[in-house]
Design a protein around this ligand. Structure first.
Ligand SMILES: Cc1cc2nc3c(=O)[nH]c(=O)nc-3n(C[C@H](O)[C@H](O)[C@H](O)COP(=O)(O)O)c2cc1C
Length: 275
């Protein structure tokens, strides 16, 4: 029996597990890929070719970049032993061992520092928190373009913020010079169909889309609505706790940041002055 493709209405409603919003009047393949996104945490061992990698990177480099500074770089890690050492760092995420490529996205000021040093030119503006933000934002925009490109090719991905649990060890493993900081990892590979990961519903649009001015009072109702919808998803994935319990636990304390409470210190160790 042939499966019928989900309609745009189905895909949008699936994103919220809600009968609203009503079906879109516009649709195209890009919207299709975006709405189907789900993180993949189980991979087949099939390789991701160099050709595909180059395409992901050209998609990443097609992202906007603040003032065309292009203050990011990415390290493609394929070596299974290196991946195993990195997998041992951030809380034992076995999918790092399975996926054929780990892309480590960095905020990179070393390139511009080198240019400035070659010309004996000042680069004092790079020492400000603002510039570090630019590096982090640029890296994120580039990575997300790579995610969309990968998913459009039928590949799966998952971000690994957990690389920031041990930034010094990650930097040592990847030979990162000062002024280059690993923002997050991104696994890319062929999804193992046995994982059966579903599209995770998001907060209702009313929670995140404010018209003209911000409305905090409405948030409680939107979250209550969301809890009832995501409960179904959690039950299917055999996960306990409500969304509220999960997010509050994630940010409850210094310990719950799993080492990332040291970020300011780690950035300073990597030559980011954050003035
Ligand atoms: C910056 C960033 C860091 C993340 N870090 C991790 C991680 O370390 N491990 C993991 O399994 N998922 C990680 N994720 C994936 C999120 O958990 C996931 O995107 C979120 O739960 C929504 O699920 P979905 O991507 O399937 O829609 C990360 C996502 C982002 C954007």
């Amino acid at each position: 029996m042939t499966q019928t493709a989900p309609t745009p209405t189905h895909l949008v409603q699936q994103r919220y597990r809600a009968p609203e919003p009503s079906g879109p009047t516009q649709w195209n393949p890009v919207l299709d890929v975006l709405h189907r996104h789900r993180s993949v945490r189980r991979y087949l061992t099939d390789p991701v070719t160099d050709d595909t990698l180059r395409l992901l990177i050209s998609a990443a480099q097609s992202a906007p970049t603040s003032s065309n500074l292009q203050v990011w770089s990415v390290i493609a890690v394929r070596d299974p032993e290196r991946r195993a050492r990195l997998a041992a760092l951030p809380g034992n995420q076995v999918h790092i061992l399975q996926a054929p490529v780990l892309l480590v996205w960095t905020a990179d000021f070393a390139r511009l520092r080198q240019l400035a040093a070659d010309r004996e030119a000042p680069l004092d503006g790079a020492d400000y928190l603002e510039s570090s933000y630019v590096g982090f934002i640029d890296a994120a925009l580039a990575a997300q373009n790579a995610v969309v490109a990968a998913e459009s090719l039928g590949l799966g991905t998952v971000y690994l913020g957990a690389l920031r649990n041990n930034p010094e060890d990650v930097a040592a493993e990847l030979n990162l010079p000062p002024q280059v900081f690993a923002v997050f990892g991104l696994l890319v590979g062929h999804p193992d169909p046995s994982e059966d990961a579903r599209v995770k519903p998001r907060l209702p649009q009313g929670a995140v889309l404010h018209h003209e001015t911000y409305d905090l009072a409405a948030q409680r109702d939107h979250v209550a609505d969301y809890e009832s919808r995501i409960a179904e998803f959690y039950a299917e994935q055999e996960l306990s706790h409500s969304w509220t319990e999960r997010v509050l636990a994630r940010l409850a304390s210094e310990e719950s940041l799993n080492g990332r409470h040291r970020l300011r210190e780690s950035l300073a160790n990597h030559g980011f002055r954050l003035k």
